[in-house]
Design a protein around this ligand. Structure first.
Ligand code: 13P
Ligand code: SF4
Length: 327
C-alpha cells in the first residue's frame, strides 16, 4: 500500500503539488489503463469530470452499473454514500473517492442510532430508505430506493402495509401524495434542494411564459406543486428530450444542466435560483469537492479508499439487492 501521510489523513484527500502544465485528463487516462480502473460519475459533478467518466448516471444507474464492473479499481466521483453503495456491491474491488469530506446533508440528517430507535417505536412498519443514507442506516432497512424507482418500490407493498420512509421528508411526502399512502416520514432534507426560491422561480416563469418548470422530488412541496414535471436527475434529462417545449427552468443541482445542454443544443435551460445566492444556480458543495486534480492524485496513490465494515455491508446489501430486483 502507499505511504499515506498524516496531512492526507487530516485533510481527507491527497495533497501534493502537481507540476504546472500537467495534462490531467491524459494522466488520469494513463493511470486508469495501467491500474485497470474505471471512473464512475454522478450527474452533479462538474462538466469536465462528467466528460471523462466511463460511466455516468443518477444514483440508480450508478448502483445498477456498479454490479460486477470489470475493473480492479472503481473511482467514484460523487459523494461518500454512493462510494459505500458501490463498495457494498463490489466487496472484492478497491473503491476510491477523491475526497472523504464529500458527504451529504441529507444522509447526515439521519444517524443510524436515532433511526434505529424510531424503527423500534414502530415495530409493525416496513422500512424504506432513500439511497442517500449511510451503510449503517441501509443495514436497518427492508428496501432501499432512489428517486427514480421510489414510487414503484413503495407501490410494491400491499396498500395496508405500514411504512417508515427516511430520510427525505420532501421525497416521502411526494410519494405519499402520489400514492395516497400515509408513510411515516423521517424529518430530513437536502439543503441544496430546500434552498430554491419559489418567488424567484415565479419571476422567471413571468419572464419566460413558455418555459416549463421541472424539479427533483427533494424540492419543497410548493416547488413540486408549481412544477410541470417532477423526477430524478435521469428522469429530468429524459423528459426535456421528449417535451415539445424549448425552454426549461431546472430545479435541481446545476450539474445536470451540463448533460441537458450537450444533448439538446436547440433547447434553453435555466438553473432555478436559490434564496441566498448571487450566482443564480444551486451547487452541492459536497459534490463539487471533487476536482480533476483530486481524481488524478487519488488514482496515483489509491487513496482515499471506501471501507465498509463487512457485517454492515452484508446487512446493507440485502435491501440494495431488493431494490435492484424491483427496478
Ligand atoms: P438522483 O437519485 O436523481 O441521482 O439524486 C441523487 C441526489 O443526491 C439528489 O440530491
Ligand atoms: Fe446530498 Fe443534497 Fe448533495 Fe444530493 S444534492 S448529495 S442530497 S447534499
Amino acid at each position: 500500500m502507499n505511504n499515506i501521510n498524516k496531512a492526507w489523513l487530516k485533510s481527507g484527500y491527497v495533497t501534493e503539488e502537481i507540476p504546472q502544465g500537467t495534462d490531467l485528463i491524459k494522466e488520469i487516462q494513463i493511470l486508469k489503463e495501467k491500474k485497470n480502473a474505471i471512473l464512475m460519475a454522478h450527474y452533479y459533478q462538474t462538466g469536465e469530470i462528467q466528460d471523462i467518466a466511463d460511466i455516468i448516471g443518477d444514483s440508480l444507474a450508478l448502483a445498477q452499473k456498479a454490479v460486477g464492473v470489470n475493473a480492479d479499481i472503481i473511482l467514484l466521483a460523487g459523494v461518500h454514500f454512493m462510494g459505500e453503495t458501490v463498495k457494498i456491491l463490489n466487496p472484492e474491488k478497491k473503491v476510491l473517492v477523491p475526497d472523504l469530506n464529500a458527504g451529504c446533508s441529507l444522509a447526515d440528517s439521519c444517524k443510524a442510532e436515532d433511526f434505529k430507535l424510531f424503527i423500534q417505536q414502530h415495530p409493525d412498519h416496513k422500512v424504506v430508505s432513500y439511497v442517500n443514507t449511510s451503510a449503517d442506516v441501509k443495514a436497518l432497512t427492508d428496501v432501499v430506493v432512489t428517486s427514480t424507482n421510489a414510487l414503484k418500490v413503495v407501490e410494491s407493498f400491499p396498500k395496508d402495509q405500514n411504512i417508515i420512509f427516511g430520510p427525505d421528508r420532501n421525497l416521502g411526502s411526494y410519494i405519499n401524495a402520489q400514492t395516497g399512502r400515509e408513510m411515516l416520514l423521517w424529518d430530513g432534507a437536502c439543503h441544496v434542494h430546500e434552498k430554491f426560491s419559489l418567488e424567484k422561480i415565479l419571476q422567471l416563469k413571468n419572464q419566460y411564459p413558455d418555459a416549463e418548470l421541472i424539479c427533483h422530488p427533494e424540492c419543497k412541496k410548493p416547488i413540486v406543486i408549481a412544477s410541470d414535471f417532477v423526477g430524478s436527475t435521469a428522469a429530468l434529462l429524459t423528459y426535456v428530450g421528449k417535451s415539445s417545449k424549448s425552454t426549461f427552468i431546472v430545479a435541481t443541482e446545476s450539474g445536470i444542466l451540463h448533460q441537458m445542454i450537450k444533448a439538446y443544443l436547440d433547447k434553453t435551460f435555466i438553473a432555478a435560483p436559490p434564496i441566498d445566492s448571487t450566482c443564480g444556480c444551486n451547487n452541492c458543495e459536497y459534490m463539487k469537492l471533487n476536482t480533476l486534480e483530486k481524481l488524478y492524485l487519488t488514482l496515483k496513490y489509491e487513496w482515499p479508499e471506501v471501507v465498509v465494515d463487512p457485517e454492515t455491508a452484508r446487512l446493507a446489501r440485502r435491501p440494495i439487492d431488493a431494490m435492484l430486483a424491483l427496478s
